[in-house]
Design a protein around this ligand. Structure first.
Ligand SMILES: [Zn+2]
Length: 150
Protein backbone atom coordinates (compact mmCIF):
# COMPACT_ATOMS: atom_id res chain seq x y z
CA UNK A 1 0.00 0.00 0.00
CA UNK A 2 1.24 3.46 -0.85
CA UNK A 3 1.40 5.96 1.98
CA UNK A 4 -0.68 9.10 1.52
CA UNK A 5 1.37 12.24 0.86
CA UNK A 6 2.91 13.70 4.01
CA UNK A 7 1.05 16.95 4.33
CA UNK A 8 -2.63 15.84 4.30
CA UNK A 9 -1.66 12.96 6.59
CA UNK A 10 -0.03 15.40 9.01
CA UNK A 11 -3.03 17.72 8.87
CA UNK A 12 -5.38 14.84 9.72
CA UNK A 13 -3.19 13.83 12.65
CA UNK A 14 -3.04 17.36 14.04
CA UNK A 15 -6.79 17.84 13.65
CA UNK A 16 -7.56 14.50 15.31
CA UNK A 17 -5.20 15.30 18.20
CA UNK A 18 -6.91 18.63 18.85
CA UNK A 19 -10.35 17.00 18.81
CA UNK A 20 -9.09 14.24 21.13
CA UNK A 21 -8.03 16.96 23.56
CA UNK A 22 -11.58 18.28 23.50
CA UNK A 23 -10.75 21.45 21.61
CA UNK A 24 -13.10 22.75 18.97
CA UNK A 25 -11.47 23.08 15.57
CA UNK A 26 -12.58 26.57 14.63
CA UNK A 27 -11.81 28.00 11.19
CA UNK A 28 -8.95 29.94 12.79
CA UNK A 29 -7.50 26.85 14.47
CA UNK A 30 -7.92 24.88 11.23
CA UNK A 31 -5.88 27.57 9.45
CA UNK A 32 -3.18 27.27 12.11
CA UNK A 33 -3.07 23.49 11.67
CA UNK A 34 -2.77 23.90 7.90
CA UNK A 35 0.19 26.29 8.08
CA UNK A 36 1.82 24.10 10.72
CA UNK A 37 1.39 20.97 8.60
CA UNK A 38 2.88 22.76 5.59
CA UNK A 39 5.82 24.36 7.39
CA UNK A 40 9.24 22.93 6.69
CA UNK A 41 11.21 25.74 8.34
CA UNK A 42 10.48 25.26 12.07
CA UNK A 43 8.55 28.53 12.56
CA UNK A 44 7.99 30.14 15.95
CA UNK A 45 4.53 31.00 17.31
CA UNK A 46 4.39 34.62 16.04
CA UNK A 47 5.39 33.42 12.56
CA UNK A 48 2.68 30.72 12.64
CA UNK A 49 0.16 33.34 13.74
CA UNK A 50 1.17 35.57 10.85
CA UNK A 51 0.77 32.74 8.32
CA UNK A 52 -2.57 31.60 9.79
CA UNK A 53 -3.83 35.21 9.79
CA UNK A 54 -2.98 35.45 6.11
CA UNK A 55 -5.38 32.58 5.54
CA UNK A 56 -8.19 33.17 8.07
CA UNK A 57 -7.96 36.38 10.15
CA UNK A 58 -8.74 36.48 13.86
CA UNK A 59 -6.43 34.09 15.67
CA UNK A 60 -4.70 35.56 18.71
CA UNK A 61 -1.14 34.80 19.67
CA UNK A 62 -2.32 33.34 22.98
CA UNK A 63 -4.61 30.94 21.10
CA UNK A 64 -1.67 29.95 18.92
CA UNK A 65 0.44 29.25 22.01
CA UNK A 66 -2.33 27.32 23.76
CA UNK A 67 -3.10 25.26 20.67
CA UNK A 68 0.57 24.43 20.17
CA UNK A 69 0.90 23.44 23.85
CA UNK A 70 -2.08 21.11 23.47
CA UNK A 71 -0.62 19.54 20.32
CA UNK A 72 2.73 19.13 22.05
CA UNK A 73 1.04 17.42 25.01
CA UNK A 74 -0.66 15.08 22.53
CA UNK A 75 2.74 14.21 21.10
CA UNK A 76 2.01 15.38 17.56
CA UNK A 77 4.09 18.56 17.64
CA UNK A 78 7.71 18.97 18.65
CA UNK A 79 8.76 22.13 20.40
CA UNK A 80 12.42 23.09 20.06
CA UNK A 81 14.00 25.60 22.38
CA UNK A 82 17.20 26.34 20.51
CA UNK A 83 19.67 28.70 22.19
CA UNK A 84 19.17 32.32 21.26
CA UNK A 85 15.85 31.85 19.44
CA UNK A 86 12.20 31.78 20.43
CA UNK A 87 10.61 28.31 20.68
CA UNK A 88 10.22 26.72 17.26
CA UNK A 89 7.67 24.11 16.25
CA UNK A 90 7.38 21.26 13.79
CA UNK A 91 4.88 18.44 13.33
CA UNK A 92 6.22 15.27 14.95
CA UNK A 93 5.11 13.48 11.78
CA UNK A 94 7.76 15.12 9.69
CA UNK A 95 10.29 13.14 11.70
CA UNK A 96 8.44 9.84 11.29
CA UNK A 97 10.19 8.85 8.09
CA UNK A 98 13.48 9.20 9.90
CA UNK A 99 14.73 10.93 12.99
CA UNK A 100 16.67 14.08 12.25
CA UNK A 101 18.86 16.54 14.12
CA UNK A 102 19.19 20.28 13.71
CA UNK A 103 21.80 22.88 12.91
CA UNK A 104 21.00 26.45 13.85
CA UNK A 105 22.60 29.28 11.91
CA UNK A 106 23.61 31.75 14.64
CA UNK A 107 23.53 34.68 12.21
CA UNK A 108 20.17 34.08 10.55
CA UNK A 109 18.40 31.71 13.04
CA UNK A 110 17.74 29.46 10.08
CA UNK A 111 17.24 25.83 11.13
CA UNK A 112 18.83 23.19 8.95
CA UNK A 113 17.87 19.54 9.31
CA UNK A 114 20.32 16.73 8.96
CA UNK A 115 20.64 13.07 9.80
CA UNK A 116 23.85 11.14 10.17
CA UNK A 117 23.88 7.36 10.59
CA UNK A 118 27.42 7.68 11.94
CA UNK A 119 26.34 10.07 14.70
CA UNK A 120 23.29 7.96 15.58
CA UNK A 121 25.45 4.86 15.81
CA UNK A 122 28.19 6.60 17.77
CA UNK A 123 25.68 7.90 20.32
CA UNK A 124 24.24 4.41 20.80
CA UNK A 125 27.75 2.99 21.20
CA UNK A 126 28.74 5.58 23.79
CA UNK A 127 25.56 4.98 25.80
CA UNK A 128 26.03 1.18 25.56
CA UNK A 129 29.66 1.40 26.69
CA UNK A 130 28.44 3.19 29.82
CA UNK A 131 25.68 0.63 30.33
CA UNK A 132 22.75 2.60 28.97
CA UNK A 133 20.36 2.61 26.08
CA UNK A 134 19.20 5.89 24.58
CA UNK A 135 15.60 6.82 25.32
CA UNK A 136 15.63 10.14 23.55
CA UNK A 137 18.25 12.60 22.44
CA UNK A 138 18.76 16.11 21.23
CA UNK A 139 21.74 16.96 19.13
CA UNK A 140 22.14 20.55 18.02
CA UNK A 141 24.94 22.24 16.15
CA UNK A 142 25.25 26.01 16.24
CA UNK A 143 26.78 27.04 12.96
CA UNK A 144 27.86 29.94 10.82
CA UNK A 145 28.26 29.90 7.05
CA UNK A 146 31.87 29.11 6.28
CA UNK A 147 33.54 31.91 4.36
CA UNK A 148 35.08 30.98 1.08
CA UNK A 149 38.83 31.22 1.44
CA UNK A 150 40.67 32.71 -1.48
ZN1 LIG B 1 13.24 19.39 12.28
Amino acid sequence: MIDPPDQPHTLETLTAALRAAGIRVTRQRAALLRVLAQAVDHPDAPELQKRAEGDVPGISLSTVYRTLATLEAQGVVLRHQFDGTSARFEPAQSTESGHHDHMIDVDTSEVIEFCSDRIEQLQAEIAAELGYEIVHHRFELYVRKARARD
